[in-house]
Ligand binder design. Structure first.
Ligand code: BEZ
Length: 262
């Protein structure tokens, strides 16, 4: 890790500035979850806890789980019971006790790339029979021009993009199959395009949300050169005539449940 980077990769202040819109756009997903008072809900990839807090306000008993110590700390400062754990370790994590009525996840599953089936299997293990898994994340084609530019400019600098690319953006068919492999019944699952106006320049988005690419280059001239080159490749296609940056997000949203025991 080049010096100057936060352990775990995320910085809560940068996230609050550059990625607040991620939680702001999630109201329909919370409605789909329909949290009820007293329900035990695990928020997988809770980030800084903004959405966990919404679930608490609706009366749920929420456990936030995030792989980033910095973000989990920010969630705790918001009053959320949040722990640091990898989404691949849900089934075995000693800090998580018992089962949940629902597992909720917004904009997080695409970061759990090592073995998505292990993540889904762990969610299944953590649900009570009849419990639901409600989530949204990046589907196939998500931010494709940005990902292509990040990869191409890394390659141009002699870095293998496959060693940097942190994202898992599956097709509907692949993800449905994985849910069914785990034993879930899929109630609904579909991808949709959601062009999203960024709160600032795409450079800020790159620095905060594409950190695994950007952090491969030393802070200072090398990093600035990389970010500027990626930006240059995107300006004609993603910046509108008013100077606004519109990112081509694709969301894969689903509701599935663990069958009730007979
Ligand atoms: C997303 O929410 O789709 C996303 C966020 C950061 C990087 C890539 C995708």
């Amino acid at each position: 890790m080049p010096s100057g980077d936060t352990p775990g990769g995320w910085n809560a202040a940068d996230y609050a500035r550059d990625a607040r819109f991620v939680a702001d756009l999630a109201a329909p997903l919370v409605d789909l979850l329909d949290p009820r008072p007293g329900e035990r809900i695990l928020d997988l990839g809770c980030g800084d806890g903004v959405l966990s807090h919404t679930l608490v306000e609706r009366g749920a008993d929420v456990l936030g789980v995030d792989a980033s110590p910095d973000l989990a700390t920010a969630a705790r400062e918001r009053g959320i019971h949040a722990i640091v754990a990898d989404g691949h370790a849900l089934a075995d994590c000693a800090e998580i006790s018992g089962r949940f009525d629902a597992v909720f996840s917004n904009a997080a599953l695409h970061w759990m790339k090592r073995d998505p089936q292990v993540v889904i299997d762990g969610v299944y293990q953590r649900l009570v029979p009849g419990g639901r898994f409600v989530a949204e994340f990046g589907g196939a084609g998500n931010v494709a021009p940005i990902q292509d530019a990040l990869r191409a400019q890394a390659k141009a600098r002699g870095v293998d993009p496959d060693t940097l690319d942190p994202w898992y953006f599956p097709t509907d068919a692949e993800y449905r199959q994985r849910l069914e492999n785990a034993g879930f019944v899929v109630d609904q699952l579909a991808s949709f395009e959601r062009p999203t106006e960024l709160p600032g320049d795409v450079s800020q988005w790159l620095t905060t949300l594409a950190r695994p690419f950007v952090a491969a280059f030393e802070p200072g001239a090398a990093r600035q050169d990389y970010v500027a080159a990626v930006r240059d490749r995107l300006v004609d296609s993603l910046q509108d005539e008013h100077g606004r940056w519109i990112a081509p997000y694709v969301r894969l949203r689903f509701v599935a449940h663990r069958p009730a025991e007979r």
